[in-house]
Design a binder for this molecule. Structure first.
Ligand code: IVH
Length: 715
């Protein structure tokens, strides 16, 4: 993508734009900003190593947007502002691939790979013991994507389809930021190329997305693969963008020069081809980590088993490795069957699927009353974990799959992601299976009074609107004490359930008046743990206000919204008088949150709960953490970029940084030409050397730093 020299320049020019120092006509600024933003997209989405903050990136983006809005003639199709187009209307279009996209043969162990090696050598008329190098890389488990570039511009993207024809989805590919809209293929004489890759979502993003969807009562995605493949087919590019998809590119499919002659073979090896794609800005499995060039099949097999052992720790879902003859000329000589290339093979990891019987469905209730069905199955081992309970998400999930009690079902566990039911094995039904009846009244409720369930328009979840049995209170207490909300150290679900069973914990207020004397004599407790718990709860009373608001479990009133609201009040009970309009006046607070929060405060029992909490000493006012820090405009370090290195003697690193910030400094993470001051403690390492070499950085001892903060006290 870029040489180190122009990277420093990209950085410097970006900072100049951010500081408003660039004086040039829009005709010069717009193309430069486009180039800078392309660089930062690459740093962020391909390298995972941004050099600007999100805010700075957005600011640059807005500068470009403003220039382009003022003069539409400055807009180019590959401008970073042009990723999101309008929604698609009509059905998708089938397009032929430049070269048919075949499948891969499968192997499962080292012996299979050795057999493959022998076959390849036979095809190539090679001696069995002559050396043959292989490129090995992960087999990503997502959706295939085929990208066509012409004259260095992305002109088309398609799914794999049936291998010959794919579904055109250029609009959607354009919002995947790891896919460059332009790439300098011409540097390698490539005029028209097809590159192939896999669109995937990081496992942690997948889980976070599902957690947010569960919170909002929306349908959950079954697994990362479906999230990616489904994402490629969405009609609205905006929705695709929300899925945080990424594209790993794993090969050229085709590439010709201006005259139409092949220009890929000249690269020599698959390894070199991937190096070139990396250089051109694509996200490619990295050498030395995800991919390796093995000198022979034994080394290739070792790399495969190494990855099988670490697949769960990897950020993405992979279902195996792909082993490819490295030499491109030999690949051509080995050729293809109608089904797969003879020069490549998939090494498939142990299956993460199993079948078992669906015995029963139980229900759970969440903190806002969401009813979640859970399948109870005959215990079965799935990739080393015994499974007997699997979430069925909601009513639609059961209906769409037509699940019945007594069904044999196919289970799958994707990576470290929770197991799910892929489908019932309909062929194995004998007629004794019983359809699952969705309950009309709350199935958890233990009282005599039945509570009808409700399902709001646009939501997938059925909810119990009026809990009369206390089950929802229990879930709310569990959430209230959790890390996400009041973050009471050491107090988790287990304690809450235990204290609830003892009758000590029925409301959120009870958390703050637990009978520690009794707790200390519970089995497994003792004075020490009771004291620790008390200390943790006392500490939690001082949590910022947003955590208290978040810990109330008001439907849709999430972390972001509670933080915004906490900034705008003096006391939690101010909200009792707020109108919906006052909420929606806050930027980013929508009508649903406004309505839910006003409804909640309209209930006198809820207001009484907050009064009780205040009396128990729980903080009900905004703290420093709730209030965004005002920009420091005075102090010895205003506008300076600072960095600390080595071990400080008088202050902790954190204290020093806080003091520096209070005195106007910005703390940066690395030595660069933008660093103004380096404060060195004892045993400074490479940072000091680097800063000295730059010659532009002021180096300060800890004592000098303290002296600058409070003259006269530095030594
Ligand atoms: S090479 C001619 N390399 O696996 C086919 N495929 O059966 C050559 N896949 O859906 C394919 N990671 O999208 C290749 N590193 C990788 C891959 C990979 C995932 C997918 C591919 C296709 C299937 C091939």
């Amino acid at each position: 993508m870029s040489t180190p020299a122009n990277q420093a320049q990209y950085y410097a020019r970006s900072k100049a734009y951010l500081a408003g120092e660039v004086i040039a006509p829009p005709q010069e600024q717009a193309p430069e900003l486009q180039e800078l933003l392309r660089y930062h997209e690459w740093r962020y989405y391909v390298q995972d190593d941004p050099v600007l903050s999100d805010f700075e990136y957005d600011t640059l983006y807005k500068q470009l947007e403003a220039l382009e809005a003022a003069d539409p003639g400055l807009v180019t199709p590959d401008s970073p502002t042009q990723r999101v187009g309008s929604d698609l209307t009509g059905d998708s279009v089938s397009v032929p691939h430049l070269v048919p996209m075949l499948s891969l043969g499968n192997s499962y162990n080292a012996a299979d790979l050795e057999e493959f090696d022998k076959q390849v050598k036979r095809m190539l008329n090679m001696e069995e013991d002559s050396p043959l190098a292989y490129a090995v890389e992960p087999k990503y488990d997502g959706g295939t994507i085929v990208l066509v570039y012409e004259n260095d511009q992305l002109i088309r993207a398609a799914t794999r389809g049936n291998g010959v024809m794919g579904e055109e989805m250029t609009h959607n590919a354009r919002v995947i930021r790891s896919i460059p809209l332009q790439a300098a293929f011409s540097k390698y004489g490539l005029h028209r190329v097809e590159v192939r890759g896999e669109v995937i979502i990081r496992k942690d993003r997948f889980e976070a997305m599902n957690a947010a969807r569960a919170e909002a009562g929306e349908t959950l995605f079954a697994n990362p693969r479906n999230t990616a493949t489904g994402g490629l087919r969405m009609k609205s590019p905006k929705e695709v963008a929300d899925r945080n998809l990424e594209a790993f590119i794993y090969s050229f499919g085709y590439g010709v020069d201006q005259e139409g002659n092949d220009a890929v073979q000249a690269l020599g090896t698959h390894t070199k081809a991937l190096d070139v794609l990396t250089e051109l800005g694509f996200k490619v499995p990295a050498t030395g980590y995800e991919r390796e060039t093995a000198a022979n099949i034994t080394e290739a097999a070792d790399f495969c088993t190494k990855w099988e052992a670490r697949r769960n720790e990897y950020a993405y879902e992979i279902d195996g490795m792909v082993v490819k003859v490295d030499d491109l000329a030999l690949q051509e000589r080995a050729g293809y069957t109608s089904h797969h290339p003879r020069w490549a093979i998939a090494y498939k990891f142990a299956a993460k699927q199993a079948t078992t019987t669906l015995e029963n469905v139980e229900y759970q209730v969440g903190k806002i009353g969401t009813i979640t069905p859970v399948a109870k199955t005959t215990p079965v081992s799935l990739a080393g974990v015994m499974i007997s309970s699997v979430s069925l998400h909601n009513e639609d999930f059961i209906k769409d799959k037509d699940l019945r009690l007594g069904d044999k079902v196919l289970l799958e566990r994707a990576g470290d992601v929770i197991p799910y039911i892929v489908k019932p094995l309909e062929d194995l039904r004998d007629g004794s299976e019983v359809p699952i009846e969705w309950p009309t009244v709350c199935p958890i409720n233990t009282t005599e009074v039945p509570v009808p369930l409700i399902r709001e328009a646009g939501e997938a979840a059925w909810r119990c609107p009026e809990c009369v049995c206390g089950a929802q209170d229990l879930q709310r207490i569990i959430f209230h004490v959790s890390k996400a909300a009041m973050d009471i150290d050491g107090m988790g679900k287990r304690y809450v359930e235990l204290f609830h069973a003892k009758g000590w914990l029925n409301t959120i207020a009870d958390v703050y008046r637990l009978p520690y004397d009794w707790i200390s004599v519970l089995e497994g407790f003792g004075n020490k743990s009771a004291n620790n718990l008390e200390a943790a709860i006392e500490k939690a009373k001082q949590q910022p206000l947003w955590r208290l608001l978040y810990g109330l479990s008001i439907h849709h009133f999430g972390k972001k919204a509670t933080q915004l609201v906490a900034q705008n009040i003096e006391h939690v009970l101010d909200l009792a008088d707020w109108t919906e309009e006052q909420f929606t006046n806050i930027k980013d607070i929508g009508p649903t949150v406004a309505k839910n929060v006003t409804d909640w405060f309209a209930n006198p029992a809820n207001v009484a709960l907050l009064r009780e909490l205040e009396e128990l000493g729980v903080n009900v006012k905004p703290t420093d953490e709730d209030r965004p820090a005002a920009e420091v405009t005075e102090g010895p370090f205003v506008g300076k970029a600072m960095l600390f290195t080595g071990s400080l003697q008088q202050l902790s690193r954190k204290e020093a940084q806080e003091k520096a910030k209070a005195a106007g400094a910005r703390i940066v993470s690395a030595v660069s030409s933008k660093l103004d001051i380096l404060v060195v403690g004892e045993k400074p390492g490479s940072k000091l050397k680097k800063a000295t070499a730059l010659g532009t950085v002021t180096v300060m001892t800890e004592a000098a730093f303290l002296e600058a903060l409070t003259p006269g006290q530095g030594t």
